[in-house]
Every structure is written in structure tokens, then in C-alpha cells.
Write a protein that binds this ligand. Structure first.
Ligand code: UGA
Length: 445
């Protein structure tokens, strides 16, 4: 099939390379000429493991362009994967509207049936009440001449290629049988996935609910962890272990205990970050309000998350006997295997320390450059974690980079200041006996 994709961000580009890998011809449309030039040279404008390899391998099937019209006319399926930034009150649908208008205009003189797919995360009702009317108006076509589909993505940063190629479900919110047939053809190579055929508004709601549910699990864990911290000898890890063994959560199948990946979110830490959970939960909470729905959980989970970094920061400060003048932040990526620092707990801890006139040593394996750009000379960035640790009063471990586990206790100890404290916000060292460390604080203990 021929596919045109609006937006060469994380969702658009991952979809493009994976669909090209399945044999499709893909036009990548973006207004950003620099990005298009990079893609033409086979370079990826974003970091995502495996993306550059697939980009290079499928160069003959991927056509980056700033000329939307030509690509739209060529394509059987047109995917909208542009950004939907959150301005604090609501998501901004400007790019979605612009893409819809452009698609509509380009289709005006074409008779071929095409399906327009909304892949961007948009609030419920956007496809049916904004995208469809704009495209129909500008193309001057009737609803039976164009197919529409809301097809949310469920890609984790750092594992996006793997997730695209091995989807657990493919949600297709379609407006007609013809559109669903075209979409099923597009995804015919992904045989293991369960197809959820529904309407566009339900598909939009599935996406928000999925992210809010995972975010809720994290905030719930952090709230329980705060209670555990007030109790002597109670470790939230033990509590969550005991809870997760409920056979309705971890069933025993053929004598084997199945531990669902969801239980990894049932864990105390420094809160969730990234470009999705914070934005999506806030957008849904604001939509809830707009619909006059009285709710408490969405706003509550945001409140817990917004205060968790400060909670963790204060745990370190309160436990240090002297005035804290310098901290180390190990990990500024919001999670491992990404250079994304958006809403990252590590970044928020740096800001808190700077606001309190502390000096900050920072180390990350791939997010250092993004971090440098954000703090512009206010922090000291180190290549190796132990160099960042050296003269710091408190060391916050804020990203669960596997490489941190390779640091031996002896090396860690040798580089720590005599009265330094380590706040292991990700519990990465939980398997190492704490007595070897002078003071190591875990969240939820
Ligand atoms: C999330 C969802 O997991 C994807 O399904 C969704 O498609 C994506 O948002 C999106 O809307 O685009 P992502 O933000 O990349 O993907 O990352 P996650 O791996 O889910 O991490 C989100 C937060 O949960 C992070 O702060 C991370 O530290 C935390 N997390 C993640 C945990 O606490 N435990 C885990 O086991 C995994």
C-alpha cells in the first residue's frame, strides 16, 4: 500500500519505518525542512533504538517531503501523526486542524477512495467533530467518499519499534465498513494482535484511559508508599509483592505463576514523566471537567505525581545531618533507553536544587546533551556516574539505567563523601545488602 504520514515525530517516524519494513511505500510529510533533509540522508531526527537501522534499510521505500499535496494524492491511507501539545488547560489541536485542511484541499479533485487515519492522541470527539468536518468541507466530498479511522498508538519510548511490530491490540475506530477493510489490509501483517473495531470516539477514549490507568497505578503506589514510610519496618516493596500475588492479578497457569508487566508500575518511586502520561492525564482531567463530570481520581493522581519529586527531594534533605550544598543527579532521561527529558523526575530534582541555591552534578548516558541545553551552564555534567557522585552531599538515582547496576559497592563507597546520602528513587540497588552502604534511602520504606 501507499501511505502518507503527517508528522515525523516519534509516532509518525516509528510508524513510517515499520510500515515500510512490511513492504509499504511511505511518504513522510513534515513542515520542518531540517528534519526532512536529515531523513533524506537516512538520519533519524529522534533517538529511538533500532530506528536508524530500519530507516537506512528501507530508504528505497521511504520518501520524506515537505510537499503534502503530492504525497496525499499518491496515498491509499493518510495518517495524521502531528503533535497535540497541552497548554495547561487543554490540548492544542492547531496542527491537527492544519493537516485536516491540507488533506481536504488535496483530495478535492481526486475520485479514489482513501482512509484518513488519526494517530495523534486527541480528546474524545476530535475525529468526528473536527477532523471529519474539516476534511469533508475542504474536499467537498460526502461521507461515503472518504473513510475515517481513529487508530491510537501504544508505543513505549525506547521500545517503540518492538511495540509497533508486536502489538497486543490494534484499535480501529472507524466510520464505515470500507474504511475498516482498508485498515485491516494495512495491518494484515500483524497477525497476533487482537483487533478492536469500534467508533472513533471510543478509540480516542481507549487511548486516554489506557495511559491514565497506568499513571494511576504509579500514583496509587506512591500514595501507599508514603503511608509505609510513616510505619516502622514496613517496606512498600513487600506490600506490593503481597498484593500482586492475588491470583486475579498474577494468575497461576499450568502451575506457573504469571507476573503481568503491569505489576512493574505497582512500585514506589519519584513519579511518572515523559511526553505521554503527564500530558494525557491532564488532558483527560480537563476534559472531564468540561463535561461537568465530578471526579476525584484523575485530579488526585496528578496531585500525587506533581508532589512526589519534592517528597523524594525532601527525604534526602531531611536525612542529611548538615547543610546540603551540592547534590548529584544520576539519570535525567525520564526512563532508560531514551534521551527524552520531558517531565523527567531527574530534571525536576535539578530545578528544586537550583531553586534552593545548591550546586548540581549531573550524569546521564544519553540525555546529557538535552539536559545541558535546558540548564545552560547552571549545572556540572559528568560523563561517568562516579565523577558526579564524588563531592556531592546527596546522590539521587533518578533513572533506572542498567549500567548503574554495574557499579560495584566498593567503587560507589570509595567515591561517596563520608557523610553522603544516596536516595535510590528507583530501588535499583534493592538486591544489594544495605549495610554495605553508609546511608541509602529507598522510597516507600
Ligand atoms: C506510555 C505508554 O506506556 C504507552 O503504551 C503509550 O503508547 C505511550 O505512553 C504514549 O501515549 O505514547 P512511555 O511514556 O514511553 O509510554 O512510557 P512507559 O514505559 O509507560 O513509562 C511511563 C512512566 O511510567 C515513566 O515515568 C516510567 O518511569 C514509569 N514506569 C514505566 C514505571 O514506573 N514502571 C514501569 O515498569 C515502566
Amino acid at each position: 500500500m501507499k501511505i502518507a504520514i503527517f508528522g515525523t515525530g516519534y509516532v509518525g517516524l516509528v510508524s513510517a519505518v515499520c510500515l515500510a519494513e512490511k513492504g509499504n511505500i511511505v511518504y513522510c510529510i513534515d513542515k520542518d525542512l531540517q528534519k526532512i533533509e536529515m531523513l533524506k540522508n537516512g538520519e533519524s531526527p529522534i533517538y529511538e533504538p533500532g530506528l536508524d537501522v530500519l530507516l537506512e534499510k528501507n530508504r528505497d521505500k521511504i520518501f520524506p517531503t515537505i510537499e503534502a499535496q503530492e504525497a496525499i494524492i499518491e496515498a491509499d491511507v493518510i495518517i495524521i501523526a502531528v503533535g497535540t501539545p497541552f497548554d495547561g488547560q487543554k490540548i492544542d489541536l492547531t496542527y491537527i486542524s492544519q493537516a485536516a485542511i491540507e488533506i481536504g484541499k488535496a483530495l478535492r479533485n481526486s475520485k479514489r477512495y482513501r482512509t484518513i487515519v488519526v494517530k495523534s492522541t486527541v480528546i474524545p470527539g476530535t475525529t468526528e467533530n473536527l477532523v471529519m468536518p474539516l476534511i469533508l468541507e475542504h474536499s467537498q466530498k460526502a461521507i461515503d467518499q472518504i473513510g475515517f479511522c481513529m487508530n491510537p498508538e501504544f508505543l513505549r519510548e525506547g521500545k517503540a519499534i518492538e511495540d509497533f511490530n508486536n502489538p497486543d491490540r490494534i484499535v480501529l475506530g472507524v466510520t464505515s465498513k470500507k474504511a475498516s477493510q482498508q485498515m485491516l489490509k494495512l495491518y494484515s501483517g500483524f497477525s497476533n494482535a487482537v483487533m478492536v473495531l469500534t467508533n472513533p470516539t471510543s478509540a480516542e477514549m481507549i487511548k486516554y484511559t489506557a495511559n491514565s490507568f497506568l499513571a494511576l497505578t504509579i500514583s496509587f503506589s506512591n500514595e501507599i508508599a508514603r503511608i509505609c514510610e510513616t510505619l516502622t519496618g514496613v517496606d512498600s516493596e513487600v506490600i506490593f509483592h503481597g498484593v500482586a500475588l492475588d491470583k486475579r492479578i498474577s494468575p497461576i497457569i499450568d502451575g506457573r505463576l504469571i507476573r503481568p508487566e503491569l505489576t512493574a508500575y505497582l512500585k514506589a518511586g519519584c513519579g511518572f514523566g515523559g511526553s505521554c502520561f503527564p500530558k494525557d492525564v491532564k488532558a483527560l482531567a480537563s476534559f472531564e471537567k468540561q463535561r461537568n463530570v465530578e471526579g476525584a481520581l484523575l485530579s488526585g493522581l496528578i496531585r500525587i505525581n506533581d508532589s512526589q519529586v519534592e517528597h523524594v527531594f525532601n527525604m534526602g534533605i531531611k536525612n542529611h545531618k548538615k547543610k546540603v550544598s551540592r547534590i548529584a543527579v544520576l539519570g535525567t532521561a525520564f526512563k532508560p533507553d531514551t534521551d527524552d527529558i520531558r517531565e523527567s523526575p531527574g530534571i525536576k530534582i535539578i530545578q528544586l536544587a537550583l531553586d534552593n541555591n545548591m550546586k548540581v552534578n549531573v550524569q546521564d548516558y544519553i540525555a546529557s546533551e538535552n539536559t545541558r541545553g535546558k540548564f545552560n551552564g547552571q549545572i556540572e555534567i559528568h560523563k561517568y556516574p562516579l565523577d558526579a557522585v564524588k563531592n556531592s552531599d546527596i546522590v539521587f538515582i533518578t533513572t533506572a539505567w542498567e549500567k548503574y547496576l554495574k557499579i560495584s559497592d566498593a567503587d560507589f563507597e570509595a567515591n561517596l563523601k563520608r557523610d553522603a546520602i544516596v536516595v535510590d528513587t528507583r530501588s535499583i540497588y534493592k538486591k544489594r545488602p544495605a549495610k554495605k552502604w553508609r546511608i541509602r534511602i529507598g522510597v516507600g520504606k
